[in-house]
Design a protein around this ligand. Sequence first.
Ligand SMILES: [Zn+2]
Length: 682
Amino acid sequence: MELYVTGKPLSAWRSGERACRHSSVIECAERGPFWKLDDDRWLGNFGSLRRLCQRVAGYSKGDLMRAIDVTLGLSWLWIFQAIAQVSIDYTVSLPAPQTQTVEIRCRFSGLTGNILELKLPVWRPGKYQVLNPAGTLYNFRATDEDGKMLKSRKTDKSTWSILLGGSSGAIASYSLYANSLVDRTRHVDDTHAFLSGSSVFLYAPAFRDQPIRVHVEAPGDWSIGTGLKSDPTNPSVLLADSYDILVDSPLEIGKQSRHLFRVHDRPHEIIVWGKADYDPSELMADFAAIVEDQIDLWGQPPYERYVFLIHVGPGLRGGTEHLNSTIMQTTREHLEDPKLYKEFLGLVSHEFFHTWNIKQIRPAGLSPYEYQEENYTPLLWLVEGTTSYYDDLSLARAGLIEPKEYLERISKLIDAFRRTPGRRVQSLADASFDVWIKFTHPTPDSPNRTISFYSKGALVSLLLDQFIRESTSDQHSLDNVLRVLYERYPLGESGYQVADVRAVVEEIAGVSCDTFFGDYVEGVMPLELEAALSRVGLKLDLQDESESDEETTAGDEAYLGITLKGNDVVNVLSDGPAYAAGVMAGDELVAIDARKLEPDSLTKQLKKLGPGSEITLTLFRRDQLRHIPLVLGKRPRGKWTVSVSDSATTEQKAAFKSWMHQDWVFEVTAPLKSNLSEKWNP
Ligand SMILES: [Zn+2]
C-alpha cells in the first residue's frame, strides 16, 4: 500500500498534481480521515499522517518529514531541525475589557525559513463541534521584532501566512471579541476575562510542541486562576510546555473568590467568578470527598495541582474538562439551594472524572487532537457516557448523596431513554462517530433518529459494570477496566482502539464480550436493565407518578407523541399518532375537538380522553389554520423507576455493597420521585 501525503485538498490530487510517494505497509484505521483513491492507494493529510505515524511501528518521524519535504516542495525537514531554536511568547492585554475585547500578541523568535503559518483551531477539546472562533478575530497584523510590517495573508478561514522576508522573528497581533460565555470558549467584561486557549491563541503547527510563555496584562485588582504554572519570579507570566498544554489550561482572570484545600498532599483550588451565598468550607469538604473517591478508583492523581474554575450566573450550566483544571458553570441557586447543590456536585464529579477519562486516556482519533478538523472516534460513549455513569455513582460512594437519591437519578435516565424512539435507530458507536454533525446539531427530528451517547453510554456502562461483576462473582468490575486502560494507554501515545477496549474487558471479565458489544454498542438491541439491576437487589418497573404515591397503576394512557413548549410543537415523535397524521415541529396547537387548548394543559386533556379516541387537532402552521383528525395512541401508564426489591437476598445485598461501596441501607420501598434536570452539556 502506498501513502500519499498532502496538506492540500483532495481535489488538487485528483487533478493530477505531482505527489511524493512513500512506500510503506500501513494499516489504516477502519474509519479515519483517510481517503481511498481509485487505484487502491490511500490519501491522508498532515494531521492524519501524524496520527498514523504514532500507531505504525517502523514508520518514523524522519520518514514523515522526508515524505512531506519532497511532496510539498517546502523545507519542512529543515524547519523541524530548527525547532529547538524558536522561542514563543504570547501577551494577553485587556486595555478596554468593557468592550469585551482582548488583545493578543504572539512573538516567534529564532525562525528560519520564508513563511510562518499561524492557525486558530476550529473547535475546542471537550466540545465536539466546529465553532470557528476565528470569526471573532480582527485587526490581524504582522511585524518583525523591530516593528517593521511583514506581508501576510489569510489562506483559509483559520489560517494566516506571514512572509518573513529574511526576518528571524515575527510578531502577530490581533483583537478578539470575547462574548461566548456559555460555550466556555472566551468571555471578557469589566469584571473578568475567561480565555480558553484553543479559541484565543494562534499557533504555528510546526512549533506546536514548543514551550510557550504567556504574559498577562490585566487590571491591577484582578487575579489569575489557571492550571498553568507561573514564572517563579513573576506570577503574571504563565508557562506551558506546549501549545496542547496551553489549550488545555483555560485562564480565568478577574475579580474572584479563591478557596484552597489539599488531598493526597496535593493543592486543589476552587476559584469562583460571580456572586453566590455559599459556605466555602462545605464546598471544599465536598469537593475533597469527590477527589478522594475518584483517586481511590484510578489509583493516583495525574497532576501536581488541580484547579476548579466556577462561573456563577443566571442560566449557566455545564462544564468542560481540562488537563489539571475544569471550568464549570452554574447558577447562584445551585450553590445556595441544598437540593440543587447536589445536582451541582454531580457536575463537579463528572468534570473531575474526566481528569483521567479523556485527559489521560483517550480513544485513537482524539490523540493527539487535530485542531483544524473533526476528530473521529466510535468510542466517545466511553468518554462521556462512562463518565456520566460514574459521576453520580461517585457521589453515592463518597456519601454525598444517599443511595436512594442515586436510584432517582438513574430512574430519570432510564425513563428518558426508553421514551426516545431513536434508541431503536442509532447505535452508541454511530452516535459517537457522528457527534460532529448530529449530537451537536440537533433538529426537531433528532429524538426519532438519534440517542445521546451521554445517557445511553451511562446505561451501557452500568450494564457493562454489572456484566463484569456477574462474570467474576464481584471480584472485578468496570473500575478495573478503567485502571488497566490508564496503565496501558498513557497520554501522549496514540490512544486506545475499539479492539483494545474489548480485549481489556475480556481479560478482566474472563468471558467473551462479543455479544455485549454487538448488541449494545454496535447494535440497537434493548438494554436489559431489569436483569442487571436485579443482581444488586433493585427492580425496574413502571410506577405511577400521581401525587398519591400509590403503587403501580395498571393500564394504558392516551398518547399523542409530541413535545411542546407552551403550545408550540417542538418534537413530533415517530412512535406516536401525531407523526403519522402530519403534525409538524413549529405548529402552534390551538384546540382539541374545537375546545381551546390552554398552555401546559395538553397532558390533562389527554388524560380525559382514552387511548383510541378519535379527535381533531386544530393548529396554526405558519399563518394557516389547519384541522388534523387522528386517533390517539396508547402507552403504558407511569414512569420507569428503579426501586428496592422487597425480597432482596443476602447475595443481592452483598453485590449491592460491592457496587455502591455501602451497606444495604434501604428502609422503605415507596416509589421514588424525580425532578432532576437534564444531564450536563459538553
Ligand atoms: Zn463530559
